[in-house]
Design a protein around this ligand. Structure first.
Ligand code: NAG
Ligand code: NAG
Ligand code: NAG
Ligand code: NAG
Ligand code: NAG
Ligand code: NAG
Ligand code: NAG
Ligand code: NAG
Length: 649
């Protein structure tokens, strides 16, 4: 009797718990779907994505990977790896994507130019060294003053002539000595970051993301038959530099969507801020900078012209042996002053380079929300060589370009970007690259070395890297199982890939799926290679142990080693990881940085990829693709190096 009652009570309580669980779980999933549905309501299939996202487990993820081939996968993988990194953006200068970005409230940004807060759009540098160097452009003294080459304007967007040699253009305003510091008064959460060397001012692909947007905006405005729109259409007839035209159009277009601006890289990252007057930033410092020559109390340089009696040749250079003794003395004095100034001014450029160099590992003040990434990758035909593909190619139709801009509009309409709700794919990718680069590099060094290693040694030294990796995913029981056999718990290649690629936050959008799929494809390639090399080489090692009967183990060691070396070489050529190819030639001293050449204006020179035979420092011309590329061996440079390099310009 008693025991029956007890049983009834237990059954009742259990039933109650089960019902409660069902109700609450139903409520939670309803709630999730509801919230997500509200956020991504404009995409009909997004709810499905979220449910998919929750199902990403070691044994199911393969079914959820979206189709994207390995070349498009590595392209996307590498561009996320390089995003907001100075060196990576210069090594692979052609960006294909629009990354939703946010700059947090409180961030300081810098602008040098005219006095007063800009009334329209303007450029803001993330590094004050960048703005400072831009502002400082003292006059030159001495014999070489007349052939001083004008190095252009970082982030200026001002009209300047194409050939930058031969001094600043006539009538060019030098009034950019007002150094303004702005502070973000709210999260600037409607920015797009354009990857690659996106401030390069070139025609070779670096500016394609801006040009595409600008072209489509022009088209859209042409087709909007309002007076307002017609007034706004600017077909480039005005005498402004292209990048300013792009900026004006992009800001006009973005206004209804609340676009704050966009982020690019020159030497240092910079923001094109669309509006300084509407309260998104405030001025917190306003300093007017004197030239170093003023600080030293130097008089103005002598006005060396023919009219003033100086012997000059047709290039405007001094003819030394026609100088009077008095003129010689004046020039000797000025040459000395210039040598003093060089010490100081070279440091202005060098400090900008160093500030850029600090961001070789990333500019962490700018944060990305990958959920709303809009990319050209997997929209158009690409190339295995990252320097040989661009967004605006013959195959990318204008209809596709319009579609891309429509997607950007949807992206902006999703509410302000929120990096904290996004997977940090760059972090996930960095962990993959950091883990596997040394393994891949060392295996390649062994398998493809010129050293006289015996096959046994090659196999041993290589499997040193593979056996422990494979073992960790295999275990005792699983050695006998086939890889595709599904068990309760994860193991094998499939689990290895899952371990390195699993999202930390549920996948929410098509962009999430695209990125994640690309990462899965890349890691699968790596893991398969490690396993395959292990399978090829372990028999050589075990054979050498002398424990087996030779007749039972027919192995062709030579052939296995050859296949292993091919396998690793192929992997490297597919991955195109910057870490596998680029490094400094030595450890730099304190007064040096390991310099990755940048495109466009820089303290070192103005490098344009279309300058086919230019002898740009640290670069060479790649005949296969017909453009300048960065040398794989990077060099240390110092401020003294800048003096040498610029001497005579
Ligand atoms: C900044 O200072 C300059 C003088 O150096 C002044 O002309 C200018 O009006 C100031 N700007 C603002 C916004 O106060
Ligand atoms: C916009 O209109 C102008 C003037 O009619 C024309 O020159 C230009 O090609 C048009 N642009 C686009 C993208 O259709
Ligand atoms: C500030 O200006 C930008 C660019 O014009 C605009 O997109 C944004 O909505 C404005 N913000 C406010 C709060 O008015
Ligand atoms: C330099 O001298 C020329 C005459 O030879 C004159 O036209 C010019 O204004 C002078 N420049 C300066 C900065 O004084
Ligand atoms: C990348 O994606 C595009 C568009 O889907 C496709 O045409 C192309 O074949 C893919 N692969 C490469 C290497 O471009
Ligand atoms: C990539 O492009 C191919 C070919 O156009 C398409 O089938 C596939 O769905 C795309 N992948 C993703 C993830 O969008
Ligand atoms: C290098 O380029 C310049 C300007 O484009 C040209 O005049 C010159 O002939 C070129 N030199 C060689 C060796 O190609
Ligand atoms: C002037 O430039 C030449 C190279 O064009 C260089 O050899 C010389 O040292 C320079 N003179 C001074 C004083 O900097």
């Amino acid at each position: 009797m008693l025991s029956n009652k007890r049983t009834a009570l237990v059954v009742f309580i259990l039933t109650f718990i089960v019902v409660l669980t069902i109700i609450s779980s139903a409520y939670i999933s309803y709630n999730d779907v509801f919230v997500i549905g509200k956020l991504y309501g404009f995409r009909a299939h997004s709810d499905q994505n979220v449910i998919d996202g929750k199902r990403i487990r070691w044994d199911t993820y393969k079914e959820l990977v979206r189709p994207i081939d390995i070349v498009n996968s590595t392209t996307l993988f590498n561009s996320i790896y390089a995003a907001l990194k100075q060196a990576g953006s210069d090594i692979h200068p052609i960006g294909l994507s629009y990354f939703p970005a946010m700059i947090p409230k409180g961030t300081l940004m810098y602008h040098s130019g005219k006095a007063g807060i800009p009334e329209g759009l303007e450029w803001l540098a993330m590094d004050h060294e960048f703005s400072y160097n831009f502002a400082m452009h003292g006059q030159k003294y001495g014999r070489n003053a007349s052939n001083f080459r004008f190095h252009g304007l970082p982030g200026s967007g001002k009209k300047i002539p194409d050939g930058t040699a031969g001094g600043p253009p006539k009538g060019f305003s030098f009034d950019r000595s007002h150094f303004l510091t702005f502070r973000a008064t709210r999260d600037l959460n409607k920015l797009f970051y354009l990857d690659g060397a996106s401030a390069a001012k070139t025609e070779t692909g670096e500016m394609d993301t801006q040009k595409l947007l600008s072209d489509v905006i022009e088209y859209k405005m042409n087709n909007t038959n309002t007076d307002d729109a017609n007034n706004k259409v600017d077909n480039g007839a005005r005498n402004v530099m292209k990048e300013r035209l792009y900026a004006e159009r992009i800001c006009d277009w973005g206004k209804p969507f609340g676009l704050d601006g966009y982020v690019r890289v020159e030497l240092g990252f910079e923001v094109v801020l669309c509006d300084f007057l509407n309260g998104s930033t405030e001025l917190v410092s306003n300093v007017s900078l004197p030239a170093i020559s003023d600080i030293l109390g130097l008089p103005r340089p002598t006005n060396v012209t023919k009219e003033n009696g100086w012997p000059l040749n047709d290039d405007g250079k001094i003819i030394e042996d026609q100088l009077t003794n008095e003129q010689k003395e004046i020039m000797d004095q000025e040459d000395y002053w210039q040598s003093i100034l060089d010490e100081y001014t070279s440091m202005q450029g060098f400090e900008q380079i160093r500030a850029g160099n600090v961001h070789d590992s990333g500019d962490f003040r700018i944060k990305l929300d990958y959920r709303h990434l809009v990319t050209g990758v997997n929209r158009t035909i690409g190339d295995i060589n990252p320097n040989n593909r661009r967004l605006l190619n013959d195959k990318f139709t204008f209809e596709q370009q319009i579609q891309l801009v429509d997607d950007l509009e949807s992206s902006l309409q999703s509410g302000g970007f929120d990096p904290y709700k996004s997977n940090n794919w760059q972090k996930i990718i960095k962990e993959i690259v950091d883990k596997f680069s040394p393994m891949i590099k060392v295996m390649d060094n062994i398998l493809n070395s010129d050293d006289e290693l015996s096959l046994g040694q090659i196999a041993l030294k290589t499997t040193r890297y593979t056996i422990n990796f494979v073992n960790r995913f295999t275990g005792k029981e699983n050695t006998v199982k086939m890889d595709d056999e599904q068990g309760e718990f994860g193991f094998g290649r499939q689990f290895a890939v899952y371990q390195y690629t699993r999202p930390e936050i549920d996948l929410a959008t098509d962009s999430d799926f695209l990125i994640w799929s690309a990462i899965v494809n890349v890691v699968t390639e790596v893991v398969d290679t490690i396993y395959d090399i292990n399978d090829l080489l372990m028999p050589i090692v075990t054979y050498d142990l002398g424990l087996q009967d030779i007749s039972q183990t027919e192995i062709d060691a030579q052939e296995s080693a050859r296949r292993a070396s091919e396998r690793i070489a192929r992997l490297i050529s597919v991955l195109k990881w910057i870490t596998l190819d680029y490094k400094c030639d030595r450890k730099c001293e304190w007064d040096e940085v390991c310099y990755t050449p940048s495109w466009g204006p820089s303290p070192l020179s103005w490098v344009k990829p279309e300058d086919n035979n230019a002898t740009a420092f640290g670069m060479h011309f790649d005949d296969d693709i017909g453009r300048l590329v960065v040398n794989k061996e990077l060099q240390c440079i110092s401020a003294d190096f800048l003096i040498e390099y610029n001497r005579g310009f």
